[in-house]
Ligand binder design. Structure first.
Ligand SMILES: Nc1ncnc2c1ncn2[C@@H]1O[C@H](COP(=O)(O)OP(=O)(O)OP(=O)(O)O)[C@@H](O)[C@H]1O
Length: 496
C-alpha cells in the first residue's frame, strides 16, 4: 500500500478537513432535526425524514465508519482498532504532523502512530480514502475497581465516497486488518510460556539461537529452513486441502546435539512464541485440552523428552528411575522431577489423550502452529505418536562431524580455516563428540592466542576419546573371546 498524499492535518485545510467541517454541519443539522421532530405530527415527521435523508445523501455523498478503541465493557481494546493503529503507522510517519511513539520488543524498537485529531489519506486500487483519529469521552459506571466518572477513549474514522462501498467493505478493510495484524505481530515482544497443570505463565523470549549458528549438515539445515518458511506461508494451501494449518516436527538425537537450540532457532526464524509444555505437570487430559486451547496462533508447542514424559501405555514413568538412564538423560529427568513435586500421583495425561488433541478440534483453532517433540530415544516412541501426519518431519541431530565443526569454529573463534582443521576433521569422523562437547572446548580460554589454545584443547579431547574408544573395542573383543570360551566349556559334549 502506497500513501501518496502530502501531509494533511486537521489544521492544514486539506481535503479531509473539508469532510470534517461538512461532517460538523451535518451533525448540527441532525441535532436540530432531533429537537424539531418532537413538535411535528407523525405523518409529517416520516415525510420530512424521508426527504431530508435524500437531501443529505445528495449533499454529502461520503460514508464514515468509526472504529472505537474499546468495545463492550471496556475490558479489552478492540482488535480492529489495534490493527488500524498499526496499519496507519507508516502513513502517519509520512503525513501526520503529530505522532505518538512507543517502545516495543522489550524496549528495543520504537513504533510510532498518529496522535489524536490527525488525518492521513490512503489509496487502494487507485481509490482515495481518509482516516482521522480522535478521542471521545464516555461515562464510566462504578464497579468494584473504579468509582464512576468519565473515561477517554480513542477512535479511528474512515471516510470514503459512497460509490466505493463495495471496495471498502470487501477488499480494502480486509487488507487493512490483515496488514495491521501482521505489523502488530512483527512488533510484539515474543514470549516463552511454561505451564503449571492447566495455566500458562510466560517470560520474555530472547534466545539468540539462529540457523546460521546452528552446527549441522548445511544441506539438511537448508531443507529445514525451506520447510518452515513454506509452511508459514501456506495458509491458503492448507485451507484448500482442508487440513488444519499445523506441522509436526520430531527432533531426535543424543543429548547435547542441539535439539533445544534448533527449537529456539525455529522460533526466531518464524517470529513465533514458544509454549514449552511440561506434561508431567499436567494433571489430566482435561487440563491438557485447556492448555492447548489457550495457545495462540503463530506459536511452537514443544514437548521435550517425550519418551520421559509419557510412556507407550500412557502411564507416567517414575522420575526416580534416573539411575537407569545415561548421564545426559539423568539430568533431564532430574530436572523434571524437580519441576513436578507432586510427581506422578497427580498426572493422568494419556497417550490417547495427547493424540486426540493433536488430531482433534484443537488443531483447527485458527492460525498456524508448529508442534515439536524431542527425544533422545526415537526407538522408544509409539509409532502412532510419530507417524507422518502427526510428526510430519523427522530430524536427526547427530554427533559433530567436520561440516558442523566448521560452523562452530566460525561462531566461536571467527575462523574459516586453520592448519589443525584437517587433523580435527579426521578425528571427528572417528569418534562421537556432541556439538555441545566441541563447543565447550571452543569457549574463550585466554586473552591472547585463544584460537590455538582452544583447537589444541579440542584435539587433545578427541585423541583421548579415540584412545578410549580403541580400548573399549579391545575390551569388547576380549569379553567376546572369553564368552566364547565359556560357551565352549559349558557346552561340552557331556552337557549335550
Ligand atoms: N548443533 C549445535 N549447534 C550449535 N550449538 C550447539 C549444537 N548442539 C549443541 N550446541 C550447544 O550445546 C548446548 C546444549 O545444546 P542443546 O540443549 O540444544 O542440546 P539438546 O540436544 O537439546 O540436549 P538435551 O537432549 O540434553 O536436551 C547449547 O547451549 C549449544 O550452545
Amino acid at each position: 500500500m502506497k500513501i501518496d498524499q502530502p501531509i494533511k492535518t486537521a489544521n492544514s485545510g486539506g481535503g479531509g478537513n473539508a469532510f470534517a467541517h461538512l461532517g460538523s454541519v451535518v451533525a448540527g443539522m441532525m441535532f436540530a432535526w432531533a429537537i424539531l421532530q418532537q413538535f411535528l405530527p407523525p405523518d409529517l415527521r416520516a415525510y420530512v425524514t424521508k426527504y431530508s435523508q435524500r437531501f443529505l445523501r445528495y449533499v454529502y455523498p461520503y460514508i464514515q465508519i468509526t472504529f472505537n478503541e474499546y468495545t463492550g465493557e471496556r475490558l479489552m481494546r478492540s482488535e480492529a482498532y489495534l490493527a488500524i493503529e498499526n496499519y496507519l503507522s507508516s502513513a502517519a510517519t509520512t503525513q501526520a504532523k503529530r505522532l505518538k511513539g512507543d517502545l516495543v520488543k522489550n524496549n528495543q524498537s520504537l513504533v510510532v502512530s498518529m496522535d489524536d485529531h490527525e488525518e492521513v489519506s490512503d489509496k487502494h486500487n487507485g481509490v482515495k480514502l481518509w482516516w482521522a483519529s480522535g478521542k471521545k469521552e464516555s461515562r464510566r459506571r462504578a464497579s468494584s475497581f473504579h468509582a464512576d466518572g468519565v473515561d477517554e477513549s480513542g477512535y479511528y474514522k474512515l471516510t470514503f465516497h459512497k460509490a466505493q462501498r463495495e471496495l471498502v467493505f470487501g477488499p480494502y478493510l480486509r487488507h487493512v486488518l490483515k496488514q495491521g495484524k501482521e505489523i502488530r505481530f512483527q512488533n510484539r515482544q515474543r514470549k516463552l510460556y511454561t505451564n503449571n497443570n492447566w495455566y500458562w505463565t510466560h517470560v520474555v523470549f530472547e534466545h539468540p539461537a539462529n540457523f546460521k549458528t546452528l552446527a549441522m549438515d548445511p544441506s539438511e539445515k537448508q531443507e529445514i529452513i525451506n520447510d518452515l518458511i513454506t509452511f508459514s506461508k501456506n495458509e491458503e494451501f492448507y485451507a484448500r486441502i482442508g487440513r488444519a494449518w499445523k506441522r509436526g516436527y520430531l527432533l531426535f538425537g543424543p543429548p547435547g546435539t542441539g535439539k533445544s537450540t534448533m527449537i529456539a532457532a525455529m522460533a526466531n526464524l518464524l517470529n513465533y512464541d514458544i509454549y514449552d509444555l511440561e506434561l508431567t505437570a499436567v494433571k489430566d487430559n482435561t487440563s491438557l485440552r485447556r492448555l492447548l486451547i489457550e495457545t495462540s496462533s503463530k506459536s511452537i508447542i514443544v514437548i521435550e523428552d517425550i519418551d520421559c514424559s509419557l510412556d507407550l501405555t500412557g502411564q507416567r514413568k517414575k522420575a526416580a528411575k534416573v539411575e537407569e538412564v545415561k548421564d545426559g538423560e539423568a539430568s533431564n529427568q532430574a530436572k523434571r522431577a524437580e519441576k513436578d513435586p507432586d510427581g506422578e500421583k497427580a498426572s493422568r495425561v494419556t497417550l490417547s489423550g495427547l493424540l486426540n488433541f493433536i488430531d482433534g478440534l484443537w488443531s483447527s483453532c485458527g492460525g498456524e502452529r508448529l508442534l515439536v517433540f524431542t527425544t533422545n530415544h526415537i526407538e522408544k516412541l509409539d509409532p502412532a505418536l510419530i507417524r507422518k501426519g502427526r510428526m510430519d518431519k523427522h530430524v536427526k541431530l547427530s554427533y559433530c562431524r567436520f561440516e558442523a565443526f566448521k560452523v562452530l569454529a566460525k561462531n566461536y573463534l571467527e575462523i574459516d580455516t586453520h592448519p589443525l582443521f584437517d587433523h580435527i576433521g579426521k578425528l571427528l569422523n572417528e569418534v562421537d563428540l556432541t556439538p555441545a562437547d566441541v563447543a565447550e572446548h571452543l569457549m574463550p580460554k585466554s586473552a591472547s592466542n585463544n584460537v590455538e589454545v582452544c583447537l589444541e584443547s579440542l584435539v587433545e579431547a578427541l585423541e583421548e576419546a579415540k584412545t578410549a574408544k580403541l580400548k573399549g573395542e579391545e575390551g569388547t573383543e576380549e569379553v567376546k573371546t572369553e564368552t566364547k570360551d565359556l560357551v565352549f566349556v559349558s557346552g561340552s559334549p557331556e552337557g549335550d
